[in-house]
Write a protein that binds this ligand. Structure first.
Ligand SMILES: *Cc1c(COP(=O)(O)O)cnc(C)c1O
Length: 374
């Protein structure tokens, strides 16, 4: 029996997700000590996690022999209070990725389709294909979401549309007024997942309280995460806000204990740690300036970013990625996102940004020299 052929064709056709390279793996491959390697590859928080979340995790260890609260009461209560929504409008996930999968599980199947943009988060096409649904990829406009084209791509069989704002891996931002006008035109048989993983990094003047839109658009799903600004990527926790009927369907396919007890406790504490969020925001704002100025000084183009990362045109993404790796700096090649000339770099601490820029200058020279020899 061939266990590849036994799987449905749509599963066999999935291109696996390529995560950022872990520090431990690079250390093994290069024979470098882990402390000499920096990872700016997965949009993680360079400040670590907040003190309040850490204390809550330590306390939660006392009850780690018990199953977690499958209904996530405390976290949902804290989120309901923060956003002014009912608890039955909230579902908590093992990362927001979990929720993208569950919404797809609830609404996608063979014979229906989902719409997403070129250069979108890789999970959208993967989760669509995993359900046997058809993926409709809409060409990007200036690296970002082309809302008119996405609207035009909707078919009678379309059940979901994925929209990240800001988008990853491009960092592009679609003004909220445009998204609001778009939502008014999307047919009601299409569930729009507005993925706001980087929402908390937006400058205040660009922000809009999208949670207030849930009353107006019963087909809207908002996803948010504790893995980015809250610094809990390894713990895996995110949430979605949506109409109670959508949450009901998601809860039917959700694994009973999808979020662990340590993550639930840490997320509640993180939600109340405004000081840590503010400090992260500020580090990102200053670091973005530093990186962008450095990239310009090297004469490179970059895509202006509204997230905690910046995507830079280095000419040959994979070659520069490898040359940076040899210097102990891990970034993200994004060939799989149809951006072979670019690499994506997460904003780090000031000394990490400086080290990246110095390594980038050397890497560019090395790659240029190697290509002259060819
Ligand atoms: C990082 C990211 C997520 C969040 O994933 P988690 O599962 O919460 O870690 C979701 N969407 C986008 C676009 C992201 O970049």
């Amino acid at each position: 029996m061939n266990y590849i052929e036994l799987a449905p064709a749509y599963v066999r056709g999935i291109a696996p997700y390529q995560p950022g390279k872990p520090i431990s793996e690079v250390a093994r491959e290069l024979g470098l000590p882990e402390k000499d390697i920096i990872k700016l590859a997965s949009n993680e928080n360079p400040l670590g996690c907040g003190a309040k979340a850490r204390a809550a995790m330590v306390k939660a260890l006392e009850e780690v022999h018990l199953y977690p609260d499958g209904g996530a009461y405390e976290l949902k209560a804290a989120l309901a209070k923060k956003w002014g929504v009912a608890m039955d409008s909230i579902v908590v996930g093992n990362g927001s990725n979990d929720l993208l999968d569950y919404v797809a599980m609830a609404y996608l199947a063979p014979g229906v389709s989902a719409v997403y943009s070129q250069h979108c988060f890789a999970v959208y096409p993967i989760t669509t294909q995993a359900r046997g649904a058809a993926g409709i990829k809409v060409p990007a406009k200036a690296y970002g979401n082309d809302l008119d084209a996405m609207l035009a791509a909707i078919r009678p069989d379309t059940r979901m549309l994925f929209l990240a704002n800001p988008n990853n891996p491009t960092g592009t931002f679609t003004p909220y007024a445009e998204i609001h006008a778009f939502l008014k035109k999307v047919p009601s048989h299409v569930i729009v997942v507005l993925d706001e993983a980087y929402n908390e990094f937006l400058p205040h003047e660009l922000r809009v309280d999208t949670t207030a839109w849930l009353k107006e658009f019963p087909n809207l799903v908002l996803t948010r995460t504790f893995c980015k600004i809250y610094g809990l990527a390894g713990l895996r926790c995110g949430y979605m806000l949506a109409n109670p009927q959508v949450c009901d369907m998601v809860n039917r396919v959700r694994a009973p204990f999808n979020v662990n007890s340590i993550a639930l406790a840490a997320a509640v504490a993180a939600l109340g740690d405004d000081e840590f969020v503010q400090r992260t925001f500020e580090n990102n704002r200053v670091g973005m300036r530093q990186l962008v100025d450095g990239v310009k000084a090297l004469g490179l183009d970059y895509i202006p970013s509204f997230g905690n990362f910046v995507t830079i045109n280095v000419g040959n993404g994979p070659a520069v990625f490898n040359a940076l790796l040899r210097r102990g700096v891990i970034v993200r090649p994004i060939v799989g996102y149809e951006l072979p000339k670019h690499v994506r770099v997460t904003i780090g601490l000031p000394h990490e940004n400086a080290r990246f820029l110095a390594a980038l200058s050397e890497a560019l020279a090395e790659v240029a020299q190697a290509s002259m020899k060819d």
